[in-house]
Design a binder for this molecule. Structure first.
Ligand code: G4P
Length: 292
């Protein structure tokens, strides 16, 4: 994805209240909630009110885009959610890996109690209903389309545009509720907002592209230095700032403007695009902390 097709979404209190109401009103129609997050930033890409909004509904977290995330980190996140009483599965919609684990996780783990009760009452044929939620760009439409094997209308992702909720029948025993309304991300938390800007989930207008790329390069120099060595032949040193790293990338790539100056804007666009498309390797932007 380049900068020109970046999603420009704005959130307003009225739209947020409407989405909150919609979720509350529809929760009674479903047995469980599947919350899709970006495996590269599993907390930053959650809606900040998801826990309170879904109250005591059984929940599955789907760590999508795990093809772009660090495999070990993804496993740590699965453990983290499990330790917090939430079942989690890793999914990669590009190859389809993990998709087949979603429904068994819902039926055998998230809803094990309900399924046992239904079995006892001779109701085991009753359909399982699952609400699917996620902030924009985590891959909600892609997951739904891959699970159903069909292309459904894309969830309208402009707040205020009316769209009715959509039931997607997967088979005789499973139905998904694709919720209209847009869930807002954690934009009040600056670090989370920057991580979401790295992934392209929110507009990178929150920072100019060079500052954004400099922040990403500094993160990579600390957490994934090999990715910089391999992709750009840049050897991060302890005293280098993000902008020093950006200049090094530009220099190594021969991105010059007249007068021998480095075209840091071009270098920044390259770094951000290459991170988003996975060319820098599999990278996770945040790790579970004990305090989380
Ligand atoms: P949304 O409904 O949550 O807003 O997200 P959507 O499904 O539209 O997906 C957002 C972008 O993420 C899409 O890319 C989609 O292809 C990509 N995506 C979804 N799942 C995965 C995944 O598991 N791995 C990877 N690598 N990418 C994923 P796009 O650039 O907006 O469009 P396009 O490239 O599909 O044309």
């Amino acid at each position: 994805m380049d900068n020109t097709d970046m999603k420009q979404i704005q959130w307003f209190p009225g739209h947020m209240a409407k989405t909150r109401r919609l979720i509350a009103a529809n929760l009674k129609l479903v047995d469980a909630v599947a919350e899709i997050v970006d495996a590269r930033a599993p907390l930053s890409s959650r809606n900040p009110e998801m826990d309170s909004m879904t109250k005591n509904k059984p929940r599955l977290v789907i760590l999508n885009k795990c093809d772009l995330a660090d495999e070990k980190a993804t496993q740590s996140w699965i453990n983290y959610f499990k330790n917090n009483g939430i079942e989690a599965v890793a999914v990669d919609c590009k190859s389809g890996r993990g998709l087949k684990n979603i429904l068994p996780a819902v039926k055998n783990k998230v809803l094990a109690e309900l399924m046992a009760k239904r079995e006892q009452n001779g109701m085991s044929g009753a359909a399982v209903r699952l609400m699917v939620v996620g902030i924009p760009n985590v891959g909600k439409s892609t997951v739904i389309n891959r699970l159903s094997g069909a292309k459904h209308a894309k969830a309208e992702d402009r707040p205020g545009v009316t769209r009715t909720k959509q039931w997607v029948k997967l088979d005789k025993s499973t139905e998904l509720l694709d919720m209209p309304g847009v869930l807002w991300p954690k934009f009040e938390d600056q670090d989370a907002a920057v991580r979401l800007a790295f992934t392209g989930a929110i507009s990178d207008d929150i920072l100019d592209i060079e500052t954004l790329a400099a922040k990403l390069l500094l993160f990579l120099a600390n957490g994934y230095p090999d990715s910089l060595k391999e992709r750009y032949k840049v050897m991060p040193e302890a005293d280098m700032s993000g902008f020093d790293l950006l200049e090094s990338v530009g220099r190594k790539r021969g991105m010059m403007i007249s007068g021998g100056e480095i075209n840091t804007e071009r270098a920044a666009i390259t770094v951000i695009d290459e991170f988003r498309s996975g060319k820098l390797g599999r990278i996770t932007l945040e790790m579970p902390q004990k305090r989380d």
